[in-house]
Design a protein around this ligand. Structure first.
Ligand SMILES: Cc1cc2nc3c(=O)[nH]c(=O)nc-3n(C[C@H](O)[C@H](O)[C@H](O)COP(=O)(O)OP(=O)(O)OC[C@H]3O[C@@H](n4cnc5c(N)ncnc54)[C@H](O)[C@@H]3O)c2cc1C
Length: 160
């Protein structure tokens, strides 16, 4: 996006959801960028759950729908958020995903790979990510962040 024309209402957030919308809204993928946001091009990710029919037919319809068919629907949806936004779109990629976040494969949650992956490197680099929980939700993000912070503190205590 070259930009997002703003109107009255809430300013841009990480997760932007419109009341009554068929889509789940969009996230600002540059939210954690350290540079000043004003006027800069943006990358956004809009999510659309296909919940208006049963999963099987919805999935088949999704796979049979072409980029050319999806695009005007997505643009029309975005126009309801930001009227006049269409000329600001520089490029649009579309994916059909079973779930917006990662999903654990059998064996991941209780197998050794997950515990092994979160081990620190030389007790200097510590990892905190929901990937180490296997389920991507905020609670797991907080848990992994606190766990990594506690590991750092315990390591510091041993050193000092
Ligand atoms: C639209 C949407 C709605 C959601 N709603 C909910 C909800 O209602 N409730 C809920 O519990 N969860 C929700 N989630 C899931 C939740 O956002 C994630 O589980 C959570 O943000 C994951 O946190 P994280 O810290 O593990 O990873 P992330 O938030 O992905 O953080 C990883 C960070 O690492 C940065 N990074 C990546 N590579 C590098 C690199 N090489 N160098 C430096 N930095 C790097 C990324 O830019 C990012 O900032 C939602 C997700 C989406 C997309």
């Amino acid at each position: 996006m070259e930009g997002l024309p703003q109107g009255p209402g809430r300013p841009l957030s990480w997760d932007n959801v419109r009341y009554g919308s068929a889509s789940l809204g969009y996230i600002n993928a540059n939210q954690q960028g350290l540079r000043q946001e004003a006027g800069r091009p943006k990358v956004i990710t809009l999510y659309w759950p296909l919940t208006d029919e049963a999963p099987g037919p919805a999935r088949r319809r999704a796979y049979q729908t072409s980029y050319a068919d999806w695009l005007p629907r997505v643009v029309a949806e975005l126009e309801t958020y930001h009227p006049g936004v269409t000329p600001y779109i520089q490029a649009a990629d579309l994916w059909v995903w079973g779930h917006g976040m990662v999903a654990p494969t059998p064996g991941l949650l209780w197998g050794p790979a997950r515990a092994a992956a979160r081990q620190p490197l030389r007790n200097r680099i510590f990892f905190a990510h929901t990937d180490f929980s296997g389920i991507s939700i905020f609670e797991e993000g907080f848990y992994q962040g606190i766990r990594a912070a506690q590991e750092i503190l315990a390591t510091k205590e041993k050193v000092s």
